[in-house]
Design a protein around this ligand. Structure first.
Ligand SMILES: C[S@@+](CC[C@H](N)C(=O)[O-])C[C@H]1O[C@@H](n2cnc3c(N)ncnc32)[C@H](O)[C@@H]1O
Length: 271
């Protein structure tokens, strides 16, 4: 058995889901949690591999193991972790969809997009920077009317095409252009409507810590608060949210390969 300590877990996180089975003892200080448990070697090695070089909510996770894990166990766990990453939540499941490289990389997995859609409860949603349409389709499938904005004309065309693959093209209007220019022209109900933004994270984004100021598209959206009841932002798990007025939630994957991984943070800003 190994005594495993995980430090720098934000108190708002579903810690049992992230860490998995174990008699975890939790100590909270200033909104950050330390978790400690005795774990069998394979489970300790798995946790070390899964949480390696990751931060959640703005601080890098620290994992310590006593006695130290042998190199062979660490290597085997990392290989297994890499294999498991291939069984993560599916992006689009329907055939015939179109995605360029950025569209594919930034696509919200279908089931997670649908779950967000259900939460929106049928209101009008503006999707600011819709990419290939992953979230717009999720909102529309759940019964929302969607106005989607995308600056890249090719990706906007892909989003239109993909809404047809999912039979929701009647519910989604895709506008090609910059959010900054188009948002003020969209008619909204400030008592009900939601502005959703999934700004570009960049392929090499920092998985230990990123700042809210790293997402200029978010700032643009927050400036349009008066037009909406809520603004929902999908941001990297490593986003530093500690000085932020939004409600924060960590959204996990649902497939076996990512059910214990935080896929993104969902920040809800109220008007
Ligand atoms: C992370 S992707 C969105 C992915 C999408 N949520 C999905 O699941 O398919 C962000 C998109 O925002 C677009 N974008 C970035 N800045 C923009 C702006 N100022 N105006 C309009 N679109 C923008 C990018 O071209 C990119 O396609």
């Amino acid at each position: 058995m190994h005594r495993v300590t995980v430090d720098n877990l934000p108190a708002w996180l579903n810690i049992p889901q992230l860490l998995g089975p174990g008699a975890w003892e939790l100590t909270t200080r200033d909104g950050w949690v330390r978790a400690e448990a005795e774990l069998p070697r394979p489970q300790a090695a798995d946790l070390g591999a899964r949480l390696r070089n990751l931060g959640i909510g703005g601080r890098k996770l620290r994992v310590a193991c006593i006695p130290k894990l042998p190199r062979g166990a660490v290597r085997a766990a990392r290989t297994q972790d890499a294999r498991r990453r291939r069984q993560t939540s599916v992006g689009f499941s329907r055939s015939g969809v179109r995605l360029d490289e950025q569209g594919r990389f930034s696509l919200t997995p279908e089931q997670l997009a649908l779950a967000l859609g259900k939460r929106a409860n049928g209101v009008h949603v503006v999707d600011a920077g819709c990419g290939a349409g992953g979230n717009s389709i999720g909102f529309a499938r759940a019964g929302c009317r969607v106005t989607a904005i995308e600056a890249d004309p090719k990706r906007a065309a892909d989003a239109r095409h993909n809404t047809r693959c999912y039979d929701v093209d009647q519910a989604v209007e895709v506008l090609t252009g910059e959010v900054e220019a188009l948002l003020p022209t969209i008619s909204t109900d400030p008592q009900r409507d939601i502005l959703f933004v999934d700004p570009p994270w960049g392929r090499g984004y920092n998985r230990e810590r990123v700042a809210l100021t790293d997402f200029p598209l978010l700032a643009t959206c927050l400036a349009a608060r008066h037009q909406f009841a809520e603004i929902w932002a999908k941001l990297p798990p490593s986003t530093d949210v500690h000085a932020c007025e939004a409600a924060v939630e960590a959204v996990f994957g649902h497939a076996p390969g990512d059910a214990r991984r935080v896929k993104f943070l969902l920040l809800t800003f109220h008007a």
